[in-house]
Design a protein around this ligand. Structure first.
Ligand SMILES: NC(=O)c1ccc[n+]([C@@H]2O[C@H](COP(=O)([O-])OP(=O)(O)OC[C@H]3O[C@@H](n4cnc5c(N)ncnc54)[C@H](OP(=O)(O)O)[C@@H]3O)[C@@H](O)[C@H]2O)c1
Length: 368
């Protein structure tokens, strides 16, 4: 496996800066809170103190280590998500993950941004160039710009902190895409950019192209990553995961480069919600949607869940907290994308950032 020296050096710098920011947990983002009631404000600040932040090159503010995932309800149906989003923001989560293809998600978020006037506080990540419903590929500068225009309209902003290609098309020369991203960046339309569901080899090739020409490289990637191992191409169109033994080489590349990983479905789409028990393998349909069943309901993952249950009981915490703590203990520069309908549950997820696990516990959870 070849790691480009320049990728390594550049992203190592990021890592150092990221650590510096994390030690200033929550600093600088409390000033926008509009609560009149001082007691409520004090309580919220205490909650926000628990959030931790990293840096992503190209994003001009600290980025919460948890991104709020908005692919499901109420977002995809265009419902009013204001209360939920207010609750999530009050926890110190400033990063939101959406995409052009998440139904009405961008509209829901955009309506809230417009109502609250809080665009400057947010790290907005959206994605472009998802394949058509018939899985025809759409990876090109033309489609990037077309999606950008529509996303901007719905999100009420002409600027995305992070802009990602939602899938790759290896038939498209990587240089074309690097040039297209650089053009959008030069026009002041995007900050950081990269791929979601891109292999590390293609990202490395993109960054070699960028370095040879003095262009800005990809500084963020969004694959699946979590304690559960995904079975196959869960969403279609070439979804990429870093989990499981087969992805060891990819994880080594990420560990060596420090490339930020915005890990989608980090609770395995609810597999680790704690609602489904490890003894429920025969009735997964009662707990998981068809995608989660197809992607995660396998014997090895049920064993991982059983081990989470044991550690959760021993430590007096919840199953999802153990699964998330495992993720945050890995060597990668990880941000977890998590969806929930409940700020209270998100608060538990944030607490997982501070839940200690030994190396032995981490290895045992992952069946090693
Ligand atoms: N880039 C891509 O290709 C891609 C693909 C898939 C997903 N994504 C992104 O990743 C986001 C998250 O993925 P996801 O929704 O599939 O899965 P997820 O975040 O791994 O899991 C969500 C599930 O976990 C439950 N949950 C969350 N916190 C909990 C807690 N503390 N206790 C108990 N249950 C808890 C939620 O239930 P409740 O809602 O009831 O709390 C929900 O059922 C998406 O919204 C999207 O933004 C990106």
């Amino acid at each position: 496996m070849v790691v480009s020296n320049r990728t390594e050096t550049a992203v190592r710098c990021l890592r150092k800066r990221s650590r510096q920011i994390q030690t200033r947990t929550g600093a600088g983002i409390t000033d926008g809170i509009l609560h009149a009631n001082m007691e409520e404000k004090r309580r919220d600040e205490t909650k926000m103190d628990k959030m931790t932040y990293g840096t992503i090159e190209g994003v001009n503010k600290p980025v919460s280590r948890i991104f709020f995932g908005t692919a499901g309800t109420p977002f995809k149906n265009g419902g009013d998500a204001s209360e939920l989003l207010d609750g999530i923001l009050a926890l110190g989560i400033n990063a939101i993950d959406t995409a052009r293809v998440y139904g009405q998600s961008e509209k829901s978020i955009g309506d809230w941004i417009e109502k609250r006037g809080n665009r400057d506080r947010l790290v907005l990540l959206t994605k472009c160039c998802h394949p058509t419903p018939h899985w025809e590929k759409r990876v090109s500068e033309k489609e990037m710009r077309k999606d950008f225009a529509r996303s901007s309209e719905l999100l009420h902003t002409g600027y995305f902190d992070i802009y990602l290609l939602h899938r790759d098309d290896p038939e498209v020369p990587v240089g074309e895409l690097v040039e297209a991203f650089n053009a959008l960046h030069a026009e002041g339309k995007i900050g950081a950019f990269g791929g979601s569901n891109w292999t590390h080899e293609r990202i490395d090739a993109a960054n070699e192209y960028a370095y040879r020409r003095g262009l800005i490289p990809f500084t963020v990637s969004s694959p699946n990553y979590g304690l559960a191992e995904v079975r196959g191409d869960i969403w279609g169109g070439g979804s990429v995961s870093l989990s499981g033994p087969a992805q060891a080489e990819a994880r080594t590349w990420y560990a060596e480069t420090g490339m930020p990983v915005v890990a989608w479905s980090s609770l395995a789409a609810g597999f680790f919600s704690g609602r489904m028990k490890s003894t429920d393998a025969g009735r997964v349909g009662e707990f998981l949607d068809p995608y989660a069943q197809k992607g995660f309901a396998a014997a090895d993952n049920f064993e991982r869940l059983r081990r989470c249950e044991i550690l959760a009981e021993k430590k007096g915490v919840q199953v999802p907290q153990v699964a998330l703590s495992w993720l945050f203990h890995q060597k990668l520069n990880t941000y977890a994308v998590i969806s929930t309908h409940s700020p209270a549950r998100m608060e538990e997820n944030i607490a997982a950032l501070h839940l200690p696990l030994t190396e032995e516990e981490c290895a045992w959870l992952n069946l090693m």
